[in-house]
Ligand binder design. Sequence first.
Ligand code: GCU
Length: 342
Amino acid sequence: MGKFLILIVSVLIILAGCSNSKANGTAEGTKELVLAHNQPTNHPVHKSLVDFKERLEKKSNGRLKLKIYANGQLGSEREVIEMTQTNAIQFTKVSASALESFSESYSLFSMPYLFKSPKSYRAIMKKPEIQKAFFNTTEDNGFIGITYYDAGVRNMYTKDRIIKTNADMKGLKTRVQPSKTSVQMIDALGGTPTPMSFSEVYTALQSGIIDAAENNETALTDNKHGEVAKHYFYTEHAMVPDILIMNKDAYDQLTNQEKKWLKEAAEESTVSHEKRWDKQVKKAIETAKEDMDVEFHEVNKASFLKAVKPLQEQFKNNKETKEQYELIKEVEKNEQNKKFNR
Ligand code: GCU
């Protein structure tokens, strides 16, 4: 999508917002809210956002309406966060990594091997005390977190290089999200980190600007990276959640009842997302293998863990993230004890 078109659409949205009454309301009391994100409409996260929209509109009897712009139509994650900050749009869904430069707490999610397993990650992320510890940290930036969506386990993938241990990453030009922690992680692993926005990855792989990237399996199929990257490695180095954020003023302007509908719709869509996600990841693996000739490999994970140990230690002692880190570990411990008690 050309920058010019993005600009025109953004201006139209802002103008539409201005012509409405204060809370983006219409004469009949309906509120029109706008959400933008960067995934295509066949992606599980988009489908879960549609689920959120449908639940919200149904619960509120059409009083709250949501318009979704998918596919990065309104810009990169950074750009849509900024639009959410100024209330040009009310919501966006971005990776927690993109929020790192607005609140350092979110950098924790890009810390390699923070969570023990996908199962414990989901259990932890759904806890209200965990969400509270992150979601309100961006209030001064003009937005808050509303819910999270599982965005899978992130793994390395390359055009042609075979990775067995982290030593094989030496000099590998690897795309990372524009996040300081992700840069530090690839550095620690011996690769050459190249931060860029998600929409640029396909062409960068194709043209050789990068040799590798890291993401969940749906990037191969839904985002077509498997057309150019033929090797996928289960390094399982991070589980970075997607976060639904909302402009703070727009949230404050909702009545208590509307806030309740919003919260319920968001939470329900987070839960329904899990099955949708698992199903689509399974399908992505099949499609990547069968139709795109992508090969899936196991790696020596111990070598990766060893290489990032100093970075993990740095996080454990970082004043800005210490509290959230300890909370996550405490919840994790309780979750494990629960299992043993059964
Ligand atoms: C995931 C995430 C996106 C993000 C992307 C990335 O797919 O869901 O929100 O943009 O990773 O690596 O940039």
